[in-house]
Design a protein around this ligand. Structure first.
Ligand code: ADE
Length: 265
C-alpha cells in the first residue's frame, strides 16, 4: 500500500524560475491548471530569480563584446535550479532558439514527475546556463519579451493531460492533434442567427449521422487548412470516401475548386 506521503505527492510538480512571479497569479486560478492544483495532481512553485541573486539588482549585466540589450547572469539561475533539482527533474529553458512545442512534446512532459521552467528575459541568458538545461523550447517563430507567456502556454497544455483537470473527462482525447485532425465546426443555440442556419443533421438526433458529418467536416477542414497533418496518417477507405463527398459538397456550395489556404501573412 502507498504510504501517506506518497499518496499526497502530486503527479507533476512544476517549478518556474522567473523575474515576475506575480505574472502567474491569475492563470493559476483558472481552468485546467486550477482544477489540477485543487485535485493535488499538479503542484506549481514560483521561484523569484531576484531572491537567488547576491543583491536584487544583480540579475543581469551587459553582454561581453558589446551589443544591445542585457543578459541574465548565470549564478542566480543556476542557484535557483539547484535549489529544487532532483534526479527526476527535467530542466527547460524557454527561448526562440528551442525546439518548437507540439502535441507530442506536451504529452511527454505531462508524463514526467518534475519540470523546472526557466523564463528568460531581456536579450537572453548567459550561454553557460545551458549546461544545466535538458531541453530548450520555443512556442513559435517570433520573439517574446520573456519566457513567461511561453511557460503559461506549456502549463495550460500540460495540465489538460493530468487526471481530473478537465470538466469533461474525455475532451483531451477528442481534441485536435490527438485525433490527428482539426475539429469539425461547432454550433450552439439559436438554430438561426442573422440568416445563418445550424446544419440540419446536427439537430436531427441521429447520432450515427452526426458522427459521420463531423468526421467528414474534420477531414475537409484538415485538408483545406493543414494538409500536412494528413500526410503523416494514411486515411481509411471510409475516410477517403467521406473526404471525396465533402469535397464535392464544398465545390457545389461555393462554386469553386477547394484548395488549401495560402500560407503566411
Ligand atoms: N522567449 C522569447 N521568445 C520566445 C519564444 N518564441 N518561445 C519561447 N520562449 C521565448
Amino acid at each position: 500500500m502507498a504510504s501517506d506521503s506518497q499518496e499526497r505527492r502530486p503527479r507533476l510538480r512544476i517549478d518556474i524560475i522567473t523575474l515576475f512571479p506575480e505574472y502567474f497569479a491569475f492563470p493559476l486560478k483558472v481552468g485546467p491548471v486550477r482544477r489540477a492544483i485543487e485535485h493535488g495532481t499538479l503542484e506549481v512553485n514560483l521561484l523569484d530569480l531576484r531572491s537567488f541573486a547576491d543583491s536584487p539588482k544583480e540579475v543581469d549585466d551587459y553582454p561581453y563584446g558589446g551589443g544591445a540589450g542585457m543578459v541574465l547572469k548565470p549564478e542566480p539561475i543556476v542557484r535557483a535550479i539547484e535549489s529544487v533539482h532532483t534526479p527526476e527533474s527535467l530542466v527547460i529553458l524557454f527561448s526562440p532558439q528551442g525546439e518548437r512545442l507540439n502535441h507530442e512534446r506536451v504529452k511527454d512532459l505531462a508524463g514526467r514527475r518534475h519540470l523546472i521552467l526557466i523564463c528568460g528575459r531581456y536579450k537572453g541568458v548567459d550561454e553557460r546556463v545551458r549546461r544545466w538545461v535538458d531541453l530548450e523550447i520555443s512556442i513559435g517563430d517570433y520573439v517574446l519579451s520573456g519566457g513567461e507567456p511561453a511557460a503559461l502556454v506549456l502549463l495550460d497544455a500540460v495540465a489538460r493531460w493530468l487526471p481530473d483537470s478537465l470538466g469533461d473527462k474525455d475532451s483531451a482525447l477528442t481534441d485536435s492533434f490527438e485525433t490527428g485532425l482539426l475539429d469539425a465546426p461547432l454550433y450552439t443555440r439559436p438554430p438561426e442567427f442573422r440568416g445563418l442556419k445550424v446544419p440540419e443533421v446536427l439537430r436531427s438526433g441521429n447520432h450515427a449521422e452526426i458522427r459521420r458529418w463531423r468526421r467528414k467536416q474534420a477531414l475537409l477542414r484538415t485538408l483545406l487548412r493543414r494538409p500536412d497533418l494528413l500526410e503523416t496518417q494514411p486515411l481509411s477507405e471510409e475516410d477517403q470516401r467521406l473526404l471525396q463527398e465533402a469535397l464535392e459538397e464544398f465545390q457545389q456550395a461555393s462554386g469553386e475548386e477547394p484548395r488549401p489556404k495560402e500560407e503566411g501573412p
